[in-house]
Design a protein around this ligand. Structure first.
Ligand code: PLP
Length: 395
């Protein structure tokens, strides 16, 4: 008799977004004319930039001609895209070889798949509040999870300590949901800690493109010793609006070795077994992002979301609400006013201001009492939301 993976029974219900949708639908039913402003979404709202669209069209035309038609792409990524990404790292002074870059269909896929590199008995550290996929992927694999809470007292950027001892260390900077970013020295302490204990950091850099401050590393590979303890997982979803187009990349250094096994070699073997590569057309579109014109256009789009962030930050300042994030990240993480809990504040925002955000308690118990706003909405909605927030909460 087949035995199912019983670890699925240990997953907590992921009711966060379902419950939000339910509450919004109920409100809409009783207030059909209300203009509901959505600051909860993690999806982008602007289209792909022109450079990407042109490259996608050209690639589609390639597929229509006998001479230029492309079939299967190499499993680890098309050489033109691996080289473009590695060049991008090198242009920032980070030495990454083309064959240390692996093209993926997005960071979510990679965050789950990469766990194939580690023994089931290895433990995983999750700094909370956290993107929920880290916990769930490890619960499914039956791993022991070490939860490290963070809070306002450490700016949601905990230091490594004995409480953080685990084999796999998830570090997400800029962070979803808190928008907090590790500075160079802080991140260096995590790298040193991982090297000291033989752990491996899974560095989630999905939001690196939002970093503006010079002392904040875009890549963990910038830090001394990272190439013996870290894997970096990146995404073009938020950087370049690829949430529906799907493309990400992962850097697995060739110097990453445990018990005589080379993790780069292992990952090549994994990819050649488990994928047949990412679509040629999409890889061509992605490569356009790394051209000077693509970079310029991408920055323009990011500027738009950053302006949204400033609009919301100003409103929160006026309302005298504590928050972090917003500057180097597309999320604002605020303390619910008047001692309200996360869902209480959700209800208040929905009922009194017709604004939808994300309750912090959905990202781990230490997110209770906090709330997340996203800056990916339309300008119109963001401006209107800012007016309503500043007005109501400053009363
Ligand atoms: N990592 C973090 C921290 C995210 O917030 C997200 C998406 O919201 C992802 C990874 C997944 O990105 P992708 O769209 O590339 O799967």
């Amino acid at each position: 008799m087949l035995k199912p993976n019983r670890n699925y029974a240990n997953l907590k219900d992921s009711y966060l977004f379902a419950r939000i949708a339910q509450k919004v639908a109920a409100y809409h039913e009783t207030h059909p004319d209300a203009r509901i402003l959505r600051l909860g979404i993690g999806d982008v709202s602007l289209p792909l930039c022109d450079a990407v669209i042109e490259a996608l069209h050209e690639a589609v035309d390639d597929q229509a001609t006998k001479e230029r038609f492309q079939g299967y792409q190499p499993e680890c990524g098309a050489p033109f895209l691996r080289a473009a990404i590695a060049d991008h790292y090198r242009s920032r002074g980070v030495g990454v070889d083309d064959d240390e870059v692996f093209v993926s269909s997005g960071a979510s896929d990679e965050l789950g798949d990469i766990l194939d590199l580690f023994d089931r008995s290895s433990s995983a550290l999750v700094i909370e509040p956290a993107y929920p996929a880290y916990v769930d992927a490890n619960v499914i694999a039956g791993r022991r999870i070490v939860h490290l809470p963070s809070g306002r007292e450490n700016g949601f950027l905990p230091e490594p300590s004995d409480d953080a001892l685990a084999d796999i260390l998830y570090v997400c900077s800029p962070n979803n949901p808190t928008g907090a970013v590790f500075g160079r020295d802080q991140l260096q302490r995590w790298v040193d800690f991982a090297n000291e204990h033989g752990s491996i950091i899974l560095f989630d850099a999905a939001y690196e493109a939002f970093i503006e401050d010079d002392d904040v590393p875009h890549s963990i590979m910038e830090l001394e010793g990272a190439k013996t303890c870290a894997i970096e997982i990146c995404s073009l979803s938020k950087t370049a609006g690829f949430t529906g187009t799907r493309l990400g990349y992962t850097v697995v250094p060739k110097t990453l070795v445990r018990e005589g096994m080379n993790l780069n070699d292992m990952w090549v073997r994994n990819r050649t077994t488990k994928t047949n590569g990412v679509s040629y057309v999409i890889q061509k579109g992605a490569a356009a992002i790394f051209t000077p014109e693509g970079q310029r256009q991408t920055q323009e789009v990011l500027r738009f979301y950053k302006d949204n962030a400033h609009i919301l930050m100003e409103a929160l300042d006026k309302a005298d609400i504590w928050y972090c994030g917003g500057k180097n990240a597309p999320y604002l993480w605020l303390r619910c006013p008047d001692g309200s809990d996360s869902w209480g504040f959700f209800d208040r925002l929905l009922n009194e201001l017709q604004i939808v955000g994300t309750p912090g308690s959905g990202f781990g118990s230490c997110g209770e009492g906090y709330f997340r706003f996203s800056t990916f909405g339309s300008r119109e909605d963001t401006l209107e939301a800012a007016c309503r927030i500043a007005d109501l909460l400053s009363r």
